[in-house]
Design a protein. Structure first.
Length: 211
């Protein structure tokens, strides 16, 4: 457990990353978008998102991945973005108002442990950094498996240089899962073709396919 003033500050900052909301919603969205922009911009390419597909993002935070995913869809199909923070949902609805109005982007408040979504409807799903805060990563991975169609692809990415370490140092009970263990959880959840890919110098993704 962290000790002293620095430790307490670290815990508070970590909690803001895990559960941004209230007064911190807008500034945390800017922070998340700044630090996550490069990895998030490469997710759609790594998943080979194409026009007409149904794509799910879990824990979209400030929305850094949304523009690249929408560009890949080219106005056909849709992106459903789910976040645990209702304040982030409200902020995203304002930022991406045009995409929300034409229903290319669907926003929802929800928990990965019990996604408010039908089974077997998505072609691909992804989450960047958010799985490191999930109380039960296996539960979340199984929920993603449930909502993907057969042949659907999942990508979960994380910052292996500083992100995991900071949560380990300052997280209040969080146990972030690294790439190797996450690959094992994918297999436990019945994903196949499980691989890892480096999105940026510090961001590693684990991918799998639902059969």
């Amino acid at each position: 457990m962290a000790r002293g003033p620095l430790g307490r500050i670290g815990e508070e900052v970590t909690e803001l990353f895990a559960h941004p909301g209230g007064w911190a919603t807008r500034p945390m969205a800017r922070v998340l978008n700044f630090f996550n922009r490069r990895g998030n911009q490469r997710v759609a390419g790594a998943l080979e998102v194409r026009p007409g597909q149904r794509v799910l993002e879990i824990g979209f935070g400030g929305g850094a991945a949304v523009p690249a995913t929408l560009r890949a869809l080219e106005g056909e199909g849709h992106l459903c973005a789910v976040d645990l923070s209702p304040d982030m949902v409200v902020l995203a609805a304002k930022r991406f108002r045009t995409a929300v109005e034409d229903r290319t982007l669907l926003l929802a408040n929800g928990d990965v442990a019990a996604l408010p979504l039908e089974s077997g409807v998505f072609d691909s799903a992804y989450a960047l950094h958010s799985h490191m805060y999930w109380p039960s990563p296996l539960t979340g991975v199984r929920e993603i498996h449930r909502v993907l169609r057969p042949g659907g692809r999942v990508l979960l990415g994380m910052d292996v240089v500083s992100g995991i370490r900071l949560i380990q140092w300052f997280g209040r009970g969080y146990e972030p899962v690294g790439p190797d263990r996450l690959a094992e959880l994918f297999q436990e959840a019945d994903f196949t073709d499980v691989t890892t890919s480096r999105l940026t110098g510090g961001v590693v993704a684990v991918l799998g396919t639902r059969w």
